[in-house]
Design a protein around this ligand. Structure first.
Ligand code: GTP
Ligand code: MN
Ligand code: MN
Length: 362
């Protein structure tokens, strides 16, 4: 079975009354427009609507070339029409997207949620308190967590894309530190860079050791001790995964995973940075440690994209009655864990053709 997430046909046919494009006559429907609407829905706490727009955006991405408004509408399905609402359908999506982009709430929420450590809830509370700018935040002595303080302090750097070369340098830095502490351990670049993206918002690194158990404690060694001055911020979390607890129930809490991990900000030396007074840049780095037996699952989970993972897990649950997470794959009909030594084997267990990382960008 060959499968690309987000390209399943719509579950229900379009109602005949909307045999025209469900997005208004102007058909200014772009992936970017849908992403803006998804973001805005998320800011208003409408997760369902947000997901509908995100799905539609990736369907659009996967569609070949130019389509007529009708074909586009059919591919996107009626869920989108419902999410957009009748007035938007009549006025056209581009009008709605412009309205959203100009609204004070959207702009402020976007500004605040771009602070490392600030989510929709916090941003929304600040907005309600009348805070509108980063300067407001500082001047009003708003209570900030240590993470948010670091986020605010490095706001510009952390909102400047990380280039592939920078990600690779950080990978090498961590590799050196890891080798010093535990020879034989490996460091793998995951996240968007593994999917071939030229730049990203952070660097995702996955650590393991070929001998199970040896990896324990590796993270604190890397994050806490060696290269002083290179890590501007970090908070670590210990491994809390125990196999004997069994898998999370399908559709249960969306706990991403329970590996030993470290969310950090590295200080990366950069040469000849145009327009920069200093020779370094703050870069967000996620470090995750997986025991070798769970490594393929962790790699699959941390390679993303988020949307790909969500759809793959949904497929596993709905079509195969299996629970897939970043630790294991569990077959609920056979009541057993399905081990895998590679990502390829996970796809085999799921009865899917292998999808290489570069095709997981949906
Ligand atoms: P950019 O970093 O924005 O370039 O894109 P990215 O795809 O690398 O996104 P991100 O770094 O946020 O996440 C990378 C992958 O790791 C995504 O597939 C996420 O689903 C996954 N991920 C992020 N946080 C967690 C987490 O806490 N647990 C697990 N299991 N996966 C996570
Ligand atoms: Mn990333
Ligand atoms: Mn990340």
């Amino acid at each position: 079975v060959s499968w690309v997430p987000g390209t399943d046909p719509p579950p229900t046919p379009l109602p005949s009354s909307s045999s025209r494009c469900p997005t208004g006559g102007d058909s200014a429907l772009s992936q970017e427009a849908l992403e803006t609407l998804a973001e805005e829905a998320g800011f208003s706490g409408s997760e369902g609507r947000s997901l509908a727009f995100t799905r539609a955006a990736s369907v659009l991405k996967a569609l070949p070339g130019q389509l007529s408004a009708l074909e586009e509408g059919q591919a996107l399905g009626s869920g989108l029409s419902l999410s957009l609402g009748q007035d938007v359908l009549e006025d056209g999506v581009s009008v709605e997207v412009e309205r959203v982009k100009l609204s004070e709430r959207y702009r402020t929420m976007k500004l605040f949620t771009k602070i490392f450590g600030v989510g929709v809830r916090t941003a929304s509370r600040w907005y309600q308190e009348g805070i509108r700018t980063l300067v407001d935040l500082q001047e009003r002595n708003t209570k900030l967590t240590r993470q948010q303080q670091a986020g605010l302090q490095h706001y510009e750097d952390l909102n400047t894309p990380v280039e592939r070369g920078e990600a690779e340098s950080i990978g090498r830095m961590v590799q050196e530190a890891v080798q010093r502490f535990l020879p034989g351990a490996s460091v793998t670049l995951a996240g968007g860079f593994r999917r071939g993206k030229p730049r990203g918002h952070d660097v995702d690194l996955l650590l393991t050791h070929p001998e199970a158990g040896r990896e324990a404690g590796l993270l604190s060694a890397v994050c806490l001790s060696p290269h002083q001055g290179l890590i501007l911020y970090q908070h670590s979390q210990e491994n809390s995964f125990a196999l004997h607890e069994g898998p999370e129930p399908p559709g249960g809490r969306d706990v991403l995973d329970r590996f030993e991990r470290c969310f950090s900000i590295f200080r990366l030396e950069v040469q000849g940075r145009p327009g920069a007074a200093r020779g370094w840049k703050a870069v967000r780095v996620d470090l995750v440690v997986a025991p070798v037996g769970q490594f393929p699952f962790a790699l699959l989970g941390w390679t993303g994209s988020r949307h790909f993972e969500r759809e793959l897990r949904r497929f596993a649950g709905h079509e195969r009655k299996m629970v897939l997470n970043s630790h294991t794959l569990y077959d609920t009909r056979l009541n057993l864990f399905l081990p895998a030594a590679s990502e390829e084997e996970i796809f085999q267990h799921l009865g899917l053709e292998y999808v290489p990382p570069t095709q997981r960008n949906a």
